[in-house]
Design a protein around this ligand. Structure first.
Ligand code: ARG
Ligand code: GLU
Length: 695
């Protein structure tokens, strides 16, 4: 009996040892530090985050607000994913200079390519400012009043926070608004493209392999940060010099084996781990199916057009990738939630919560939380789906409708006067130019034809022949002149006349209703978070991802998604050759890589078994935004580059399950092999610090 108890304890400890979690780097001392050590780490909390001395965090940069990147040399060389740098690679590409197909390698500083608008932000310091932010915020206030006081307090804190003139700061809510942290930041704006493999390496397997294991993608690209003469952030200038960060990551040539400790350090975007069952039900049964259908219809048209025409393929590469990526993720998310019986399990958990609330005499404060969620989500359902559908048509899939949304916003801004109008016009023109840079009206019209009937019964294809907006010059001509003339011309445009009532409905009906209910849901979610921590104080709680710097850790591990199937955690170059389909747009392999494989010319990058490792799996809890995040070994060296999750585990944004949720990383030895042996960019290898931590 005693033994059984011990065994049970052991089993629960084993499970909690891999529970996931995205932790705040400044708060690792104690539980996280201990847990990391138990998983094999040799790092202290201070090695990871320190404000007085350099630490790992000084090498981790938020890449353009959406991905993660890390410094890997004393000269500001940085690594991120190929798919994170893809729009920059594309923007430098043309049919003559096709860097997507052929790759790009700057052979010296002079050849590195500047990227307007691209930025990388580092975290200087993190501080708990909860009490200052919530000063004066009482339960008597309405949600709106609370928020405006929080905004006011935050503005004061930002203004008075101690920081240098070249630094910025921001405040973010954690635990659904129960806690607030201040981030002092440094944002670099002169970021130049240094290298990218051909897409047949950087996106090997494309959509078929996306979100899938086993994986063989060399998903990396390289940039360099430039700073002014004082090593401070600066706008692009030819006089800028390579940035010297307080820390850069050494790279391990010893790689990883199963059960090795790994830490992933980056900027996860958004998770929702504390949703009630009713919300998960709505997302997976109503919202996801609807948006999946919109994208599927678009992709059918787009994929076909891209296959048939090379120019279209280059033009739509980035747009298509963006649409396809979430489309496939949502399908996997739904499968995972269903297969793991997540909703029923959540309901059982909620019954337990409800009982404890009663037992602890907390019914007055928390007794109605769950039933209130049920009521609110029921009310929310149709407007939630409608709003998502609007986004799919007017912000994601159809480009003419995207332009119409923009010009609508411009007309709206005119109500605030000429200054507001002119400012919005500038943004609108930039956006329309952006769309037209890679626009194919025939393709867009086919997309419209495919998706508009799913949005409304009012479909009119003839607008494509009658509008000015399918042609950039004609569109710009409408936007020239005084506001009243612009609006007069605009309101005669057939596409605008058609789209305006839809956008009107969105702004006057759908969105206000959505905002009203989501505000109530958020307030309830805040109370629920607090209640969970109070009613079940022994559980582990980590704040949902919110695009702030986080640490997640685990071990290299395979997984068993189905009966009798077990996936090994490491793939090799041999697997690329197994998947090779000559001339295929997803699975072609460059001749040079085939030659290197035939010669087994792997140099110092081979694994101990003589093979060249490509990708590996870990139990690190990651999400979108963690793309490009470094996978760091027990000693603080770079061993991998995070870029994806496994299909069965994409539900981890709502329901992390240590059994089947895995993140996918590209092995740094493959990255170095491509730079060195494939591209011959030895000078880049020389800048790095290569180490042998395993002796
Ligand atoms: N699924 C990964 C992520 O969410 C990789 C996306 C890029 N790769 C691709 N084949 N589209 O962003
Ligand atoms: N590919 C994702 C990104 O772009 C990371 C994978 C994930 O969602 O876990 O951030």
């Amino acid at each position: 009996m005693k033994f059984l108890k011990f065994l049970l304890l052991f089993i629960t400890l084993q499970l909690t040892a891999q529970q996931g979690g995205m932790w705040i780097p400044s708060l690792l001392e104690g539980m996280n530090e201990q847990e990391m050590i138990s998983l094999g780490s040799k790092l202290s909390a201070k090695d990871i985050y320190d404000v007085n001395q350099s630490s790992l965090k000084d090498a981790i940069g938020h890449f353009n607000g959406g991905c993660t990147s890390e410094v890997i040399s004393p000269n500001g060389l940085i690594l991120t994913n190929h798919h994170c740098g893809f729009s920059q690679i594309q923007s430098h590409s043309s049919e003559e200079n096709d860097y997507i197909t052929n790759g790009f390698w700057a052979m010296n500083y002079g050849e590195e390519l500047p990227n307007e608008g691209l930025f990388i932000e580092f975290i200087v310091r993190i501080e708990d400012v909860t009490s200052q932010v919530l000063q004066g915020v009482t339960e008597q206030l309405s949600e709106k009043e609370k928020q405006s006081l929080i905004d006011k307090n935050s503005a004061v804190i930002n203004k008075t926070a101690s920081k240098e003139d070249w630094q910025g700061s921001k405040i973010k809510a954690f635990y659904k608004g129960n806690q607030y942290f201040l981030f002092v930041t440094e944002r670099f704006e002169d970021i130049r493209l240094v290298g990218a493999p051909p897409v047949s390496i950087g996106k090997f397997g494309s959509d078929t392999d996306n979100w899938v294991w086993p994986r063989h993608t060399g998903d990396f690209s390289m940039f360099r940060i430039y700073a002014d003469k004082n090593n401070h952030p600066a706008k692009y200038s030819k006089d800028n010099v390579p940035y010297q960060s307080k820390h850069y990551l050494p790279i391990s040539l010893d790689g990883i084996s199963e059960n090795d400790f790994t830490l992933v350090f980056g900027f996860p975007g958004r998770t929702n781990e504390y949703l009630p069952a009713v919300a998960i039900e709505q997302i997976t049964q109503k919202v996801n199916p609807s948006r999946i259908a919109f994208r599927e219809a678009t992709l059918n048209v787009m994929d076909e057009a891209m296959k048939n025409d090379n120019k279209t393929r280059i033009q739509y590469a980035s747009k298509q990738a963006r649409i396809a990526n979430s489309w496939k993720k949502w399908i996997g998310e739904n499968l995972g939630i269903e297969k793991s019986d997540a909703i029923a399990k959540k309901r059982a958990f909620e019954a337990k919560f409800q009982n404890l609330v009663k037992e602890k005499g907390l019914e007055d404060s928390y007794g109605n939380l769950l039933s209130d969620f049920e009521k609110l989500y029921l009310e929310f359902e149709s407007v939630n789906v409608k709003r998502n559908n609007f986004i799919e048509v007017f912000l994601v899939n159809n480009e003419l409708m995207q332009m119409m949304l923009r010009v609508y916003q411009m007309e709206n801004a005119n109500k605030k006067g000429e200054v507001a109008f002119n400012k919005t016009r500038e943004g609108t023109i930039a956006r329309i130019q952006g769309i037209h840079k890679n626009y194919n009206a025939t393709l867009d019209k086919s997309v419209y034809n495919a998706i508009m009937p799913m949005y409304s019964s009012n479909v009119d294809v003839s607008i494509y022949n009658k509008t000015a907006f399918t042609n950039l010059d004609d569109a710009l001509e409408i936007l020239q002149g005084e506001s009243k003339d612009v609006l007069k011309k605009l309101n005669k445009d057939k596409a605008y006349i058609y789209a305006k009532p839809f956008v009107d409905e969105f702004y006057n009906v759908i969105n206000p209703e959505y905002q009203r209910i989501i505000t109530e849901i958020n307030a309830l979610q805040k109370t629920y978070m607090k209640a969970l921590m109070e009613v079940m104080p022994d559980e582990r709680y980590f704040p949902d991802a919110n695009s702030t710097l986080r640490v997640t850790y685990g071990q290299v591990k395979g997984y068993a998604p189905r009966d009798a199937i077990y996936y090994n955690p490491v793939t090799y170059l041999d697997g690329i050759m197994e998947k090779y389909v000559p001339g295929d747009y997803e699975f072609d392999v460059p001749q040079k890589l085939q030659d290197l494989y035939a010669d087994k010319d792997y140099g110092q990058y081979a694994d101990s078994n003589g093979k060249l490792p490509i990708c590996f799996l870990g139990t690190n809890h990651t999400t979108g935004g963690n793309s490009g995040s470094p996978a760091i070994d027990a000693q603080g060296n770079l061993v991998g580059l995070n870029f994806d999750r496994v299909w069965e585990g994409t539900m981890s944004d709502m329901n992390y399950d240590p059994e089947i949720c895995r993140n996918i990383m590209v092995d740094l030895r493959y990255v170095l092999f491509i730079i060195d042996k494939y591209a011959g960019a030895h000078h880049l290898i020389e800048e790095m610090k290569l180490v042998h931590p395993k002796g």
